[in-house]
Every structure is written in structure tokens, then in C-alpha cells.
Design a protein around this ligand. Structure first.
Ligand SMILES: [Zn+2]
Length: 395
């Protein structure tokens, strides 16, 4: 494995691979914790946390919170970051029609919308929501994607930066201090125990979790210094939406942090899907999503298949592991069923938009595989003949 200077997350990967005894999650997942019985934080959270939660009380907490922010002058009073996917559709629709708020939905555009993603995005708007759609500087975005692919093993990183940061710029601009995201990924997918059972992540903290240990400025400077393809055909304003606003600006605007609807309401992806299908014109993928078995999870972006594939390369588990683990915890499938789903779908290569990915990054197929192989850790992969094999799997 080649040394990647900017990526700091992989340094903490445990060298001995283990899988959760209850679901199928791997201990290679960043920030995950396994207890002495070999059970992952995600399962522990769903048992000790979700099942004991008094959801009626939580809903009262939500009502109280919303009362603090609700406006009586008919203006927008909550921001819902939204791609048009089922989860944000559920949040926006509930806030508006069940809790009488006036949400403004805010979208950081996918790298390349899929047809179904674009339709679902419009469907949510047509269910009665105003939306602001941000499209970053296209040249800059492609350069940053390629740089992130090479240096973080994840072209999608640039999308995540804007997805987290951009809504807060709009919150300041329109003086809307409440920003309501959907799920708390740390709670749902077994991450940092310090932020699991909280309604929000404070503004000071939310940068730390998502940025792979490197700031945007470090990344950009690295590109300018080391990469011949990286031109400076952009100005500093073009970079603004990739960064969160300053802490001072957030405090001045009374923005406490990043709120999660999933803290207040039980978060069940499958039910969000049914809800969105019924209320916001949400349509699932006509085909199964490559790399997993579901038809409704993150289907907006043509390029996110490679994101999940790279996760499989870097951590040895893919999208089917995430989906199946979640379903085991929700009681929808057994662990054995989860194992066979993982065996069948995890690591399936996302063929469908592969050429779009290469075009978007302006790279060749052979260079793509060179970068992919530079991310294979020796404790996860071994080469047998010409073929790469996972050293250890859950099946
Ligand atoms: Zn587990």
C-alpha cells in the first residue's frame, strides 16, 4: 500500500479484523467500538439505546424545541438539508405537515444527478417545499474530486464537505438558526460513543467527525503544489461553501449546531421510504443499487457507487454490510440472512456509471485501478495469482 500523506483515518485501523457477533459490521469501520462480548456499538446502541427510549418523551422534546424556533410571521423557521432522498423528504414533510413549521430545503448538488435522483428532488419540491440548490464551480469540483480520490481514496469527499457546510451558510444568510439533519450517522452506524445520544452536535464539534483529519485548505494547497492538473481557475469565494462558517458567525446567528431528527423520532430507513413514497412522490430505483440489495438507499448520485466501492477497498466491507447490519438491528432480517446478503452483494463493482466516473475525473481506466490498488491494506487484502482477495470475511 502506498503512503498517503493527507489521509489520517486509516492509521487507527485495528490490524486484526473482527465482525460483530450480532450484526455483520466489521471492526474496520472508523470510530467503531466492540465490547468484550464482541458486539458492535451500533447493536449496543440499538438495544440499550433505542429500545429503552421513551419516544413519547422525545416527541415532547421535539415540540418544545420547535416552539422555540417557530415563527409567527410566516417566514421560514427551519432548514432541512436535502438531496431529495427518502430520509430528508420524511424530515421536511413531517416538520411542515405534522409540526406546523415552515421548512426551507437546501440542497448541495450531487456530483452527477441520476435520472431517478433528479425526479425525486423535483418530487419533494412539488410536495410543497421551496428549495435552494447549490452547484459549486464545476472545474474546481472536478479537480477536488480527483484530488480526494487520489489522496483520500474517496472522490465523494468533496460532496460531503459541502453537504455538511453549505446549509449553515444559508442558515446565516436567511437568519434561520435551526438546521435539522436526518439521522445521526454515529448512532445509526455505530460510530463515536460521545455523540450518540444527543439531539445535536455543537457547532464547535461537527467539523471534527467528517473531515478525515485534513482541512480543505491543506487539501487545496496540496493540489496546487503537487498536481499538474490542478489549476487555480477559481477564487477563494468558490471555496467558501466547502467549509463551515466560522464559529463566531455561527454563534452570532444563534446556531447551536447540527440537529438530528433521528434523535427525536425512531429512525427506520424502510419506513422513511414508505412515508416518502406516499407523501413526497418518492420513487425507488427501478433496479437494485449495485453493491447492495436495496432499491431505495442513496440513489441520487451517479458517482456514489464508487464511493461505497472504495470503502470496500479501504475497510474490507461495503454497502451491503451497512444495509444488512441496520436491518438486523431493526429486526427485519436474521444474522444468517445478513451474511448471505453480504456474501452475494458486498464489493460488487459499480459498472453502470463507471465511464461517467472516469470522465468526471478525467482519468483513464488503468490509472483508476492504480489508485484503487494503492488503497489496499496488507492486513485486509492479499493477492492470489492475479486476483485480489479479502483475507477475512464475515461468511
Ligand atoms: Zn453489530
Amino acid at each position: 500500500m502506498k503512503k498517503h500523506i493527507l489521509e489520517k483515518q486509516l492509521l487507527n485501523q485495528p490490524k486484526e479484523i473482527k465482525f460483530c457477533k450480532k450484526c455483520v459490521m466489521s471492526n474496520q469501520r472508523p470510530r467503531i467500538i466492540f465490547d468484550l462480548d464482541g458486539v458492535c456499538g451500533g447493536c449496543r446502541n440499538s438495544q440499550s439505546y433505542k429500545e429503552k427510549i421513551n419516544w413519547i418523551k422525545r416527541e415532547e422534546e421535539l415540540s418544545k424545541l420547535l416552539d422555540q424556533y417557530r415563527r409567527d410571521d410566516d417566514s421560514w423557521d427551519v432548514i432541512v438539508p436535502s438531496s431529495g432522498g427518502k430520509d430528508s423528504a420524511f424530515v421536511a414533510h413531517q416538520l411542515k405537515y405534522k409540526y406546523g413549521m415552515n421548512p426551507l430545503t437546501v440542497t448541495w448538488a450531487p456530483l452527477l444527478y441520476t435520472d431517478i435522483g433528479w425526479k425525486n428532488f423535483q418530487g419533494l419540491r412539488d410536495a410543497g417545499f421551496s428549495n435552494i440548490l447549490a452547484s459549486p464551480n464545476g472545474q474546481l469540483h472536478r479537480q477536488l474530486s480527483r484530488l480526494s480520490f487520489e489522496e483520500f481514496g474517496d472522490a465523494f469527499h468533496v460532496f460531503v464537505l459541502g453537504q455538511v457546510s453549505y446549509p449553515f451558510h444559508i442558515a446565516i444568510k436567511f437568519n434561520i438558526p435551526l438546521v435539522m439533519f436526518g439521522e445521526n450517522g454515529e448512532a445509526e452506524y455505530a460510530g463515536d460513543p460521545n455523540v450518540i445520544d444527543k439531539p445535536f452536535i455543537p457547532s464547535e464539534e461537527f467539523q471534527r467527525l467528517y473531515f478525515k483529519g485534513t482541512s480543505l485548505d491543506e487539501l487545496v494547497n496540496f493540489g496546487i503544489e503537487k498536481k499538474e492538473y490542478f489549476n487555480k481557475n477559481f477564487n477563494s469565494s468558490d471555496l467558501n461553501f466547502y467549509r463551515p462558517p466560522s464559529i463566531n458567525d455561527l454563534i452570532k446567528s444563534k446556531i447551536k449546531g447540527k440537529y438530528f431528527f433521528g434523535y427525536f423520532k425512531k429512525w427506520i430507513p424502510q419506513e422513511n421510504f414508505f412515508y416518502a413514497a406516499e407523501n413526497t412522490n418518492f420513487k425507488p430505483n427501478p433496479e437494485r443499487t449495485e453493491g447492495t440489495y436495496s432499491k431505495y438507499a442513496s440513489i441520487d448520485d451517479k458517482l456514489d457507487g464508487i464511493h461505497y466501492y472504495m470503502k470496500y477497498i479501504k475497510f474490507g466491507f461495503g454497502r451491503a454490510t451497512d444495509d444488512a447490519s441496520h436491518e438486523v438491528r431493526d429486526g427485519h432480517i436474521s444474522r444468517d440472512e445478513a451474511i448471505s446478503l453480504v456474501k452475494r452483494y458486498d464489493g460488487e463493482f459499480p459498472e453502470k456509471y463507471f465511464q461517467d466516473f472516469l470522465n468526471y475525473l478525467d482519468i483513464s481506466q488503468s490509472y483508476f485501478w492504480e489508485v484503487v490498488d494503492s488503497w489496499r491494506s496488507p492486513h485486509i487484502w492479499e493477492k492470489k495469482g492475479n486476483k485480489w482477495k479479502l483475507k477475512k470475511t464475515v461468511y
